[in-house]
Design a protein around this ligand. Structure first.
Ligand code: ATP
Length: 796
């Protein structure tokens, strides 16, 4: 970490330094402590006997030789240096009062109010990358439905009933490339398959369509052979034929919604779900009544296989492992192994005893593994579950590829071709104001952007930014755009529903949803939502539903809990406010937009310096003909977000105008944070968790996210903090223990570090409950040691 900010706060007194001690060897921390101790001793020696501090104590705490002479002497700034013109109705001297109170409590200045626009490190990549606006050059979408006249579902072998249902009820006319390859393959053969295609290419229907068709055919076979009196041969207690495993509850819910909508053309086929977090008793009752297709999370299915007699899996002939890489990342290998061997065993027993009475049921089971990536862990999952599988890929929109898994090339995971990607170089101090400026700009014109997702590294930081976005607008500077929409105070849980004419279409939960005055305008009020793994499952589900169905513009602040597989409609823009922990995570995140041939934009914030090296990681795997990454910088974002439409005068005056407005906004947030201890603690907690999460980037990318290069003092400003970094301590927040927050995030991080926290795995879901508290605590402590204390972040 850059230590200049810390050194500046030490005073050496003005007495002569008799012998300048040299500090060599050990870590920089040791050297700093030794230096501190020596300075303290010297200060004591030179202090006048009155006990009052020496007059020289306020002098800059550095020696000429230690710091460049041409650098301006840094002095402790005070609120008045930047104080905006008081506004009518503003809380009486809020910041000053708090600042005074804080200073009165202590014997020295505790707060640092730094300027937003000074001492920001310069970008190292300027000259190298072309500075460009996100251009509106249209690129052929890579995940769109095929457009040729012959590209129909019936030409793939799907029944006219399903094809017309897709067209008339679901509005799906033609297959995507991966659907074309997978449907024809899975309809004609019983061999196992590995389906690999980019985000938003319709993988869910690619495996559901052939399964549903095959079960419908089974139905007909049953009717003919048994001459059943039933209107259709197969019914709910004919047996369970297919199981679909998904890594998270959200995903299993999403798959079952798609399945239900598909089964409306075959109402006699019954589907159901079992997943962690639900009541096992009601799930058992459902299983007893009988299901033909089951969507499940692995942990819960393994549990039912052990404990629910009514669950007969002897007829299961299709097993789908969706989001294979995520299943492995979340540590479900054991469960999957167990499930696969139980399915094999029960199928064989039934075949030997000839108890299966379903005519037309295939002899062998087909297992389908789906993943956007072909990483080592997916290959391992393939070894566990697949036998001589065909590898189905959609290399380009009109050239589906089918081959064997042995022919598989290295990872070919890339973002959809039509996705417009950019990066913004934003110094640490300017991060918060730039976030607001970018979101303001994004939603400036009503209808231009409907939904945006902002990815943040940890749950605490999501909570903090949610409060910032939804905080009372009375704290903010007057806008030239006219009167602001109002919201209640951010700490008040009972937020009223927005009072503007554009009410959200679903009543949303005030704990996770609020109006965002900071980025709204009178004619375009924006709703903000938050989502992370520490929220109760029911709240996560309702929040996602509310965000997905909102007909009004909305922004979702979330951790990586929303990065995988979720299909949220009308997401036009993805912002990675904190860069992803790995490139794969990045591709999954940006894949929440530009789905099924639609357009989308994605931006990632990078800090000047080593983080700019990440641009080359982003550029890897980009296809021929794809646009280069666009580059933006903080000043550009701020100018657009904070410029007053009525600004007149010279360019210089205009520049001062947006800088003043950004500064005013930042100071308003800092005062707001200081107003209540709870807010301050929330900001500090967010800062600490953010720093810890920063340390968990995958090893291959850690050079770009080097925690030693992080300027903590500057970063604190982006969390509305005026504390010096060393003073930011959150009561009750010890390294490695976080009161049960973010289990999945810890699990994920542990895995990235190669620490497998088996004992933490729960009932097959990312929000799994740890049953053995003590075991979990011990493992957490061990993990924290292995991770250097990085434990509070919430990734899933
Ligand atoms: N043939 C099609 N035509 C138009 N839209 C489609 C088609 N197939 C699927 N879709 C839509 O595309 C979206 C993405 O589908 P899906 O969620 O299955 O993608 P995916 O490949 O699984 O993505 P991810 O890897 O992110 O999970 C859904 O909204 C779905 O309704």
């Amino acid at each position: 970490m850059a230590d200049d900010g810390m050194l500046l706060n030490f005073s050496v007194g003005d007495g002569p330094l008799i012998a300048k001690p040299s500090f060599k060897g050990g870590s920089w921390k040791d050297r700093l402590s030794a230096k501190k101790a020596a300075l303290h001793r010297q200060k004591k020696l030179t202090q006048p006997s009155t006990g009052r501090p020496a007059a020289s104590e306020n002098k800059p705490a550095r020696e000429e030789s230690d710091f460049p002479v041409n650098r301006a002497a840094k002095r402790q700034r005070t609120e008045t240096d930047f104080a905006p013109t008081p506004r009518a109705g503003a809380p009486r001297g809020a910041g000053q009062t708090n600042g005074d109170r804080s200073e009165r409590r202590t014997d020295g200045p505790k707060q640092v109010i730094s300027s937003l626009f000074t001492y920001n490190p310069a970008s190292t990549s300027k000259g190298e990358a072309k500075i460009a606006e996100i251009q509106d050059v249209d690129v052929e979408p890579s995940n769109a439905p095929l457009s040729g006249e012959l590209e129909t579902f019936t030409s793939l072998g799907l029944s006219p009933t399903i094809a017309s249902h897709l067209l008339n009820k679901l509005g799906i006319k033609a297959p995507t490339a991966i659907q074309k390859a997978a449907v024809s393959q899975l309809l004609k053969e019983d061999s196992d398959a590995f389906i690999q295609a980019e985000t938003g290419s319709g993988k869910t229907l690619a495996y559901l369509l052939p399964i549903v068709q095959r079960i419908m055919a089974l139905s007909k076979a049953t009717k003919t052979v048994e001459e059943s009196n039933e209107p259709d041969g197969v019914h709910r207690d004919s047996g369970l034929f297919a199981i679909i495993l998904a890594p998270t509850r959200e995903l299993s819910k999403q798959i079952s919604v798609v399945l239900e909508s598909l089964l409306r053309c075959a109402h006699w086929i019954v589907a159901g779900t079992v997943q962690g977090g639900e009541k096992k008793k009601s799930e058992k009752a459902r299983l007893r009544k009988g299901l033909n297709i089951l969507v499940a999370t692995p942990g819960r299915l393994a549990d039912h296989l052990d404990n629910t007699e009514a669950l007969d899996v002897s007829n299961v002939r299709w097993l789908v492992l969706d989001e294979g890489d995520r299943l492995m990342e979340l540590g479900f290998e054991d469960e999957i192994q167990k499930i696969v061997s139980k399915l094999n065993m029960r199928m064989k027993t039934a075949q030997l005893s000839k108890t299966s009475r379903i005519p037309g049921l295939p002899e062998r089971r087909t297992t389908v593994l789906c993943s956007a990536t072909m990483k080592m862990n997916v290959q391992r999952l393939g070894e566990i579950s697949l036998k001589e599988a065909v590898h189905i890929q959609a290399a380009s929109s009109d050239k589906p590829e089918v081959g064997t898994t042995q022919e598989t090339k290295e990872d070919v995971f890339s973002a959809p071709a039509q996705l417009k990607q950019s990066y913004a170089v934003v110094p640490a101090k300017l991060r918060l104001v730039s976030l607001i400026a970018l979101l303001k700009r994004t939603f400036a014109r009503r209808g231009s952007v409907m939904k945006a997702i902002v990815f943040i590294s940890c749950a605490d930081s999501v909570d903090f930014h949610f409060e910032i976005l939804s905080r009372d607008q009375a704290d903010q500077p007057a806008s030239s755009d006219g009167p602001r929409p109002s919201a209640t105070d951010a700490t008040n849980n009972e937020r009223p529903a927005p009072t503007t004419q554009n009410q959200p279409t679903r009543p949303s939960d005030p704990r996770t949803s609020a109006l965002a005055p900071s980025i709204s305008s009178p004619n375009n009020p924006i709703q903000t939502y938050r989502l992370h793994g520490s929220l109760p499952q029911s709240l996560r589900t309702s929040t996602l539903k509310s965000f997905a169905t909102s007909k009004d513009p909305a922004v979702l602040l979330c951790t990586d809990v929303a990065s995988r597989g979720l299909d949220l409609p009308n997401v036009d823009f993805v912002l990675e406010y904190d860069p992803a922990f790995s490139k794969d995570d990045h591709l999954h995140r940006v894949g929440r937009t530009a789905r099924a041939g639609r357009q989308g934009r994605a931006t990632v914030f990078l800090m000047p310096g080593c983080e700019e090296g990440y641009v080359s990681v982003l550029a890897e795997g980009r296809r021929e003909g794809e646009k280069a990454l666009s580059r933006q910088d903080a000043n550009e974002l701020l100018r657009k977000g904070f410029v007053s439409p009525a600004a007149t005068g010279t360019e210089k005056e205009k520049e001062r105008g947006w800088q003043d407005r950004a500064t005013e906004w930042q100071l308003g947030v800092e005062r707001w944070a200081l107003e209540q201890p709870a807010r301050l603690e929330m900001a500090r907690r967010a800062f600490q968790s953010h720093v810890r999460a920063y340390a968990t980037h995958v090893a291959a990318e850690r050079a770009c996210f080097d925690i030693k290069q992080l300027h903590l003092g500057h970063l604190a400003k982006a969390f509305a903090l005026r504390d010096r970094p060393g003073r930011i301590g959150v009561p009750g927040m010890r390294p490695g223990v976080d009161g049960g927050k973010g289990k999945t995030e810890r699990k994920d991080a542990a895995k990235r570090k190669g620490v497998v926290a088996r004992g933490e795995k729960g009932d097959g879901d990312v929000a799994a409950v740890v049953t053995d508290e003590e075991v979990a605590r011990r493992k957490m402590r061990a993990m924290a040691r292995a991770m250097g204390g990085a434990s509070e972040f919430n990734l899933g």
